[in-house]
Design a protein around this ligand. Structure first.
Ligand SMILES: [Zn+2]
Length: 236
């Protein structure tokens, strides 16, 4: 009985370790993962996950255009295919598109073929929208373990995470100003901010967006796409 308990505890410890590893923002087993770019200049990348959606793309584009900010949208292949016009609008406004998988699964225990299909179908949708640059990848739920990082490393592709995720704190769920203040107070040169703005449930995030941008501008920050941030790293 005692032996049995020890085995159970050991198995749980290993599972917990794997879970922690799969969620780590600054470490993975293969390939390069970026959660913030080491630069000295006060430049920030705003990143938006999921979508594009028919309903909210215009609203988000209007906010960004009014502030003359370019950002990076990690889109799913499925929604890009369904809402190709919105994906094209994002590109026409000068924003960057990144790959956020095709169907937004947790990509933890997946075969190589499924990983490949999630990634390649999304690349194809992003290309169909007219995007020409390098396609960066961000895993759904920030989850990765073995096959996904291995596959990306073989293709020399970066995994892009984030260092600021104000939405995860329940304190800010209904308080756009508090959400914005959190980002403004914790931003550093090269920070990558994660927001979700493409669904109805994310009203607070859409309200926080202009507040975040204006607050950071007052602190002397400017905004760039993730690829532009990475270029600045190469130069500094
Ligand atoms: Zn997502």
């Amino acid at each position: 009985m005692k032996k049995f308990l020890i085995i159970i505890v050991a198995v749980l410890a290993v599972l917990y370790g794997l879970w922690q590893l799969s969620s780590a923002r600054s470490y993975q087993l293969f390939g390069e993962l970026v959660h913030r770019v080491e630069i000295g200049d006060k430049v920030i990348a705003l990143t938006f996950d999921d979508g594009p959606s028919k309903r909210y793309t215009d609203e988000v584009l209007t906010i960004l255009a009014a502030e003359q900010v370019r950002a990076t949208f990690f889109v799913t292949g499925k929604e890009t295919k369904q809402n190709l016009a919105q994906a094209r609008q994002l590109l026409a406004a000068g924003h960057q598109l990144g790959n956020h998988s095709y169907s937004h699964p947790r990509m933890l225990f997946m075969s190589r073929a499924t990983v490949a299909s999630e990634i390649e179908q999304t690349d194809a949708a992003i290309r169909a929208a007219g995007y020409q640059g390098d396609i960066l990848f961000r895993p759904p739920y920030g989850k990765k373990l073995l096959m996904l990082p291995w596959y990306l490393a073989q293709q020399n592709r970066l995994t892009i995470m984030w260092d600021l995720e104000p939405e995860t704190d329940p304190k800010f769920a209904k308080d756009a100003q508090a959400m914005a203040d959190y980002v403004i107070n914790n931003a550093r040169p090269g920070s990558i901010v994660l927001l979700h703005v493409m669904y109805q449930s994310r009203q607070t995030s859409r309200e926080a967006l202009p507040l975040i941008i204006r607050g950071l501008k007052l602190q002397g920050y400017r905004f760039a796409t993730v690829s532009e941030l990475l270029t600045m790293r190469a130069q500094s």
